[in-house]
Design a protein around this ligand. Structure first.
Ligand SMILES: C[S@@+](CC[C@H](N)C(=O)[O-])C[C@H]1O[C@@H](n2cnc3c(N)ncnc32)[C@H](O)[C@@H]1O
Length: 326
């Protein structure tokens, strides 16, 4: 059975680059895997079906944990589902008795199930409360757009949305909230669209970048990623595989820089950028060196995969270390 064949018909989220991810992780009997972003369980299920291995899956969204309960029932002791942020990957796994893994996978961002539920407030495509919290805890998007000052809002929209019109949009938000509190996704999208040129055919909605920025800010997504990547070093066994699927340049830059640094693959010093400190010994090998991209076929079937990049690294094992010291 190919990995994609193990997807159940009830899955609402099509796992991105599933075959490539499972091939990279090399499931085998007795191995232990961590799926740091359970979502609808596409990767976890494929791993569990591919070999008699063990999987611990994490998600900070209580709805995902609920959706995964039938899998907990079917796979018994081979599968555990842990609720929490993946920045606490080491503590969460320790709580489930796992202190070493043969593979860790991240599939970043939100899943289609979250986007499609208007009441979660992630999307401007259908009107809903302006929420965007994956964990359903803490300040929501409505608190942010109604309470932050104009400069702070512009900074968030610029940094996390790479939106050139960030100041114009922040000004429009602050002006609009004088009339009424901004509570709905549709309301915010209309405010943004009212100060932006109409997108040309094929271009993204003008609210896309601002919605991305707010979501990343509210969920602390980039800090989460940086902390988790550093922690994987504690968990991965020698020869263990780290596989990360990212969906936008801010995420991919963090992953790329981290893996380059940890695999000793840093650019040579130049006249303009003299070397400051000698690089630390490599602990990963990029394999392959370049990111893996979805096939045209996959993009045709699942538009969400369009912007995905899969980066894979292998933790150096004993043989590599002996080779280095020889
Ligand atoms: C793209 S979906 C994963 C889809 C999954 N691979 C599948 O095949 O169904 C990402 C999931 O990761 C979760 N997530 C995102 N950031 C997280 C974080 N920092 N900690 C824990 N879970 C997170 C989201 O709640 C979402 O359910």
């Amino acid at each position: 059975m190919t990995p994609s064949a193990v997807m159940t018909e009830s899955s609402l989220h099509i796992p991105v680059m599933l075959d490539e991810v499972i091939t990279a992780l090399m499931p085998a009997a007795g191995k232990v895997f961590i799926d740091a972003t359970f979502g609808n369980g596409g990767y976890s299920r494929a791993l569990l079906e591919s070999a008699d291995c063990q999987v611990a899956a994490i998600d900070r969204d209580p709805d995902a944990i609920l959706r995964g309960q039938p899998m907990v029932q079917s796979y018994h002791s081979r599968f555990s589902l842990l609720e929490g942020p993946f920045s606490q990957i080491a503590q969460l796994c320790a709580g489930a008795g796992i202190d070493q893994a043969d593979g860790i996978v991240f599939d970043l961002g939100v899943c289609s199930t979250q986007l499609d539920q208007a009441e979660r407030g992630f999307s401007f495509r259908s009107d809903g409360p302006l929420d965007m919290r994956m964990s359903r805890q803490g300040r929501d998007a409505s608190d942010i757009v109604n309470e932050l000052d104009e400069a702070e809002l512009a900074d968030i929209i610029w940094r996390f949305g790479e939106e050139r019109a960030s100041r114009r949009i922040a000004k429009a938000i602050v002006r609009a909230r004088l009339d009424a509190r901004i509570e709905r996704t549709g309301q915010l999208a209309d405010i943004i669209r009212s100060v932006m040129p109409r997108p040309k055919p094929g271009q993204a909605d003008s609210a896309t970048r601002t919605f991305q920025a707010l979501r990343i800010y509210i969920n602390g997504e980039l800090d989460e990623l940086e902390t988790a990547l550093a922690d994987c070093e504690k968990l991965l066994a020698p020869d263990g595989v780290l596989a990360i699927v990212s969906f936008h340049s801010l995420e991919d830059r963090i992953v790329k820089n981290f893996l380059n640094l940890k695999s000793g693959n840093i650019p040579a010093p130049s006249r303009h950028r003299p070397e400051i400190a000698p690089p630390a010994p490599a602990i990963y090998r990029l394999s392959p060196r370049k990111p893996i991209l979805p096939s045209e076929n996959e993009i045709a079937v699942n538009a969400r995969s369009r912007s995905a990049k899969l980066r894979v690294a292998r933790r150096l094992g004993l043989a590599d270390l002996q080779e280095r010291s020889a």
